[in-house]
Design a protein. Sequence first.
Length: 378
Amino acid sequence: MIGLRKRQQRNKTSAILTPVWLSLLVLLSACGGAKNNSDEAPSVIESVEKTLARATNTNCVAPVNASAVATQLSNTGCFSDIATRTPASGVIPYTVNNLLWSDGENKGRYFAIPDNSKIKLITDEPSIVGTNGLKNANFFFPSGSVIIKHFFNGDRVIETRLLMNHASADGWVGYSYEWNAEQSEATLLTAAKQIVTPVSHSFPSPAQCMECHTDAALVALGPDSLQLSYSLNYTDGSRENFLDALDRLGYFETSPLSEHRQTRLYAINDSSATLEQRARSYLHSNCSGCHRERAPQGGFGDMRYNAVLANNLCGVAPSVIGSPGTALIEPGDAQNSTIYRRINSNGGIRMPPIGRASVDTEAVQVMGEWINSLTSCQ
């Protein structure tokens, strides 16, 4: 096992790693190790052993039809040892620059794509890029892909979610697996479920998964160039952007643009970033899956990091009757800003409406300070 240190940590819990995909598994402790787990937003990941070749993946592949999905997590092919949550060959860990708030739960993140397939990078539409020149590449995953997320309470894993891209008409489907008390296996749930012990946690139904994982956001969420643009400091003294590492190992159809490497999101507690960078990063990771062009809630403002503020979020009245605030963002007045009021609520007006039961107080503080600092929408 190799120790790992990250910068810009939000939760400074320890991480013990079982190296499976050699250096890239060691690279990301937020993806879960043997028993201790952390959720951290890095800008630089230290002490990484450089991986030289793409690992084969013959097991962690979404079945053609949703009806064939395994009812036990151990039978999905994505883990070589389910008791230690050791990923199978070709299952790739990653972390993100700005975390999705899930009541403070730590997470572990992985993805897998079939051998001889690649991820397509799709840059945001010109109407967005043209406003400020910031370019984000969304990840278009091929058929057969699997995206994995563990949810932890301390050292215990509560849930593992799989997002699978079936080659049939079923397409993308989300699945929730509940872990047993012995931490030896997880079982597929077919409906939403709420538990209160050993911790309060909500398991989404497949339909609820797809409420947030929209087609407009290319379903995946999380994996995009804004989230995955961070540096790897290798043990040989060299340095590489994680996007470039994936490209070098053959995971992308085309190489990332230089703009994709230069622009990234920022952790909510990144003291080196501006208030605007931190607040807008939070909106991107927590809200923009639904609030963007062509998404179900696209008419309520485009909350992507690189979207313009004026005539989009700032100074625009909320379109839903009964919404709090006089504008989505009211410059200089957080209390009259709909976005601030919604993320600061646990009631019926809260946003996101699912996936959380508590307020992210750190994000609320940053959002309020940013909005109150604005003197105009320009």
